[in-house]
Design a protein around this ligand. Sequence first.
Ligand code: SER
Length: 784
Amino acid sequence: MTTAEIRQSFTDYFARRDHKVMPSSPVIPFDDPTILFTNAGMNQFKDIFTGRRKADFPRATTVQKCMRAGGKHNDLDNVGFTARHHTFFEMLGNFSFGDYFKEQAINYHWEWVTKELKLPKDRLYATVYESDDEAFTLWEKIAPELKNGRVLRFGKKDNFWSMGDIGPCGPCSEIHFDRGEKYGVGPEHTVNGETDRFIEIGNLVFMQYDQPGDGTMVPLPKPSVDTGSGLERIAAIMQKADTNYQIDLFVHLVRAISDVTKTKYADHPVSQNVIADHIRALTFCLADGAGISNEGRGYVLRRILRRAARHGRQLGMHEPFIYKLVPALVAEMGEAYPEIKEKQNHVQNVIKAEEESFLRTLDTGCQLFDRVADRVKASGSKVVPGEEVFKLYDTYGFPYDLTEIIATEHNLVLDQVGFEKAMQEQQERSRAGASFLSTNASVSAWLEFANRGKPLQPTEPAHEIKLSDEPMSIGTELLTGTTLPDGRVAVALARSPFYSESGGQVSDTGRIYSPSIYIDVKEVEKVNGVLVHVGTFKDSVRNRFASEPVTAEIDSDRRRDIMRNHTATHLAHAALRKVLGEHVKQSGSYVGPEYMRFDFSHHQPMTPEEIRQVEEIVNGDIIAGHPVVTEEMDVDSAKKSGAMALFGEKYGDTVRVVSVPGVSKELCGGTHVQSTGQIGSFVIVAETGIASGVRRIECITGRKATEYLLGLKQFRREIGQTVNRPESEALEGVRQLKDSNAALQKEIKKAKAAMFSGKGGTVGEEIMIGAVTLATNDFGETDK
Ligand code: SER
């Protein structure tokens, strides 16, 4: 079976068994801060498993683009050396949302591998979590062939799956295939061993718990099923290929690597495997809107690119070459994943620029290492300190093994223990930086505590509130409130007009009050459908939490500023695509009351003309006074209608589509003006690069834009006054001043030269007089 046939066979098999075939979500999960990359098929269904979102269907099946190169699931260091590991790969999955459980999941998979793939039963093994007797018994019942000791029990490391430190998890059961003695005999060749003889071809997770992030595990509302099977591994088995890199999907790509590097696969299998894997990872991530940078996922991508470039050097490549492989990958996978075809130019530009910069870095790093080596040698030592090795790794992307090679050339060794210690310290620092996630959990935990441990009731939105309302407020009921350990207070309401930070839009501020309470609300968080309003008591008298009617009021001017900026973000997105091209894709945004920030994929700085064109288009849309229409629809209709899916929205749900007819249509949960005219005007105040391949614009609208433009007018007037010209000639006045200043400097220089050359005073004096006349004339004071 070809890879394409295996993909098709899997989803067809499950579609015939009432599973809804869903598209892959993007490999970059912009909306989930708990993971760097989409690491499994279940990610897009995470909120369904935990009960935060309702599923429209009880069963689903997908072929998911996955990346395992950071966080809990990280195979980066294995890539190239084993037959079966990848950073980017495709995962076949079937999912039950509280529908079938262990028995049916095992049944389906046994049937799929033995009847559809027709794998020989005597080569198959099953594993279960050590205490999962139920799964053990089910395997022996469903697959009696495995009764002869081929159902094995393993501990948490192998048979308990979780998405990350936060998120759903549960015991799992895997299917392994024995590729035979050809791949090794001896005790090290075992199921779950390190070698490539036994290959895991499927993992059935029995989703039963959620990890909120505070170290606890809470049962899920309904036990569910999440399965995952690596497509490339199955293809390798079906095609009797020694490694994943020799399956049909990789043939042309590996050939392109051989051609470009002028080397043979047989001579350099590891380096060619690494390059083949990494070009897929880079292309898919960049096409889905990621950038290359020095932090987070951008940093992981930078390391991946550098690793590929280093292996390129081992093949004798001293010039950028990785970008040249993109077309071969697109030819192979562009049909199944049109996004890589669409973004091919952008991807190539980013990779090429990054390769060029790495080559420069490599030179700098080598010089740096030379200096370190001199110091080490001068001190009479042969050991390069761990911190220096770490600095090269962290700042210049030099992996340990590369530094080791260079060190050997200098007859030096590396302090590995010191390096690992420095690495560990950095990981601890970055973990501390991520602790905001658990703050959310703890605020709602305190509220629940105040609610006598009962779960809080989800907050109803306040649909009746209007933008024109002044004040923007509703009457509602305070359900629970508490004082937090840091002195702030948190309350939950039955209904709330407040917007909680999401999709880049900041939360509303405002107040909640009654005769017994008055809280200044500073931020609002949504946890499991409950809006948690956090703030401080305004006075020392009204500070009692009583379950009673209250008024909830948001700062309406601030909210309107936010809405102007949010709608302007959509208009700017559409205008950028018009001016720069269709490759422009949102990769992040901030929408606040003062300004908005919009990050997008584009490989070079915008020119002043391009900035102006975008400003003109957006301002044109504003004065046209287009209506802004918000509709709810299912995701398929949204896609059919051409709405731009920005952040890997969760499929299978009702989504909100915000459109400005004829201009823009986006999936968005934020708040917007009713007519573009209400935005007033739009100005781009900054354009910068934040990562290679990702640009950022900062923009202002409405009141801020007016203030800015009036400020500019004042500025021009003041300059005019300073150079004694009318406002409209201010620039001309400054230019003349600059020219005459230059002339003056020249004259003074001449005068000084004449004076010091001993030619006597007269020449010098004449020149000085001339210069003074010139200067005063320019200010128009003595002329005429
Ligand atoms: N989530 C599980 C895995 O990734 C099964 O899909 O292995």
